[in-house]
Design a protein around this ligand. Structure first.
Ligand code: PLP
Length: 397
């Protein structure tokens, strides 16, 4: 097995290392405190109390009330629940406005709704991954049920002006959902005076375990459950709670609040050093997305004349974990829908890599990655047909 000591893990937007303090707090709920939180006796009630503490901790991180938090199984479920709730609200409203760079947990649900008599307007972004708020506003119709726009993009880290979008939705009397799976724990969020109706988050993106998430539902918003059964989560999400993971998410949220300053300084400094050095040393390299308004931990870089899939294989051999901006789906190299929406051009889309940092990375990781990445890019370029054509034009004849 590959263990963390043997890798350089720069893929923290894919998932994060669970914080040891999170695991420590979680484990007793898998071993000793296994009571059902809905049971009336003390052995069950103590688990219920631990879940309520987790709810307070998540609420504290978001600046909202504990009663506004519903625990779910993941970010995907939170996103699906929000869309589902909005579409149940008023049968006359069958229109959704969303953006071209959303995660598949939003856009695939929208594609599904298209087959269910719904209309969807997808608003594009510019070459820096930014939204045009006027275009967004113009897309809203009287039949619009929901506007859904992510807080931070998982590929580029670009941040949308979510509070402005929420205000715009409120003015048009349309519900607003934000997929904040990549934003929570990385940028400060305060929902106390917000007009956001729904917000999704996921445990494994903030050093908690996989398979747990939460949906914030503003206390003034009406809500429809997606799962029916027991009365858990105040009748808003049936099913016996994943108590251990919820406890873990609570601890992860508490730690994320404490580590927010580190995220803004230590993590940002690592990302910037890595990015600046590569830009300076590797020719024909550029940053995808608005460099100013983005997550402190993410850099999406486009390297001319390489195929990111090949780069990933070579980086994996060097035990460096990162992601490609493109993905090969059923044999056709289409490339990332996010980078394509930014109109970056096929070469840039094919040659993009995403590196994402966390508080568990070290300066040594950065040093080693700065040794490996330029070497891999030069090797690939030396093998690329474009480079060969430049070096030896006769070969083309
Ligand atoms: N939304 C965004 C922006 C994400 O990056 C992800 C995961 O990569 C999800 C939603 C889905 O979260 P989960 O893996 O918890 O289902």
């Amino acid at each position: 097995m590959i263990t963390p000591e043997k890798i350089i893990y720069l893929d923290n937007n894919a998932t994060t290392r669970p914080d040891p303090a999170v695991i420590e707090e979680m484990l007793p709920f898998l071993t000793t405190y296994y009571g059902n939180p809905s049971s009336g006796y003390q052995f069950g009630r103590q688990v219920h109390e631990a879940i309520e503490l987790a709810r307070e901790r998540v609420a504290d991180l978001l600046g909202c009330m504990p009663s506004e938090i519903i625990f779910t199984s993941c970010g995907t479920e939170s996103n699906n629940t929000a869309l589902n709730a909005a579409m149940q609200m008023d049968p006359a409203r069958r229109h959704i406005v969303t953006t071209a760079v959303e995660h598949s947990a939003i856009y695939k649900h929208c594609q599904h709704l298209l087959k269910r008599d719904c209309e969807v307007t997808v608003v594009g972004v510019d070459e820096n991954g930014r939204l045009d708020l006027e275009e967004l506003e113009d897309a809203i119709r009287p039949q619009t049920a929901l506007l859904s726009a992510m807080w931070a993009n998982n590929e580029t880290g670009v941040l949308f002006p979510v509070e402005k979008i929420a205000a715009l939705a409120r003015a048009k009397r349309v519900l607003f959902h934000t997929d904040a799976v990549q934003a929570v724990g990385k940028v400060p969020i305060n929902l106390s005076n917000s007009t956001i109706n729904f917000l999704s988050l996921s445990g494994h993106k903030l050093h908690g375990p996989k398979g747990v998430g939460a949906l914030y539902v503003n206390r003034r918003s009406t809500f429809q459950s997606m799962l029916f059964g027991g009365g858990q989560e105040n009748d808003r999400r049936a099913g016996t709670e994943n108590a251990a993971s919820i406890v873990a998410l609570g601890k992860a949220a508490e730690l994320a609040a404490e580590a927010m300053k580190d995220e803004q300084s230590y993590v940002r400094a690592m990302r910037d050093r890595f990015e600046d050095k590569l830009l300076a040393e590797v020719p024909e390299t550029s940053v995808n997305g608005d460099r100013e308004t983005r997550l402190p931990n993410t850099t999406s870089l486009s390297f001319a004349s390489i195929e990111s899939e090949a780069a990933l294989l070579m980086l994996d051999q060097q035990r460096l974990c990162c992601s490609a901006g493109s993905a090969c789906h059923t044999g056709s190299l289409q490339g990332s829908h996010v980078l394509r929406a930014m109109n970056l051009g096929a070469g840039a889309v094919r040659g993009s890599l995403r590196f994402s940092f966390s508080r568990f990375n070290t300066e040594t990781d950065v040093d080693q990655a700065l040794e490996i990445v330029p070497r891999v890019i030069s090797k690939l370029r030396a093998m690329s047909p474009r480079q060969m054509a430049r070096a030896e034009p006769a070969l083309l004849l």
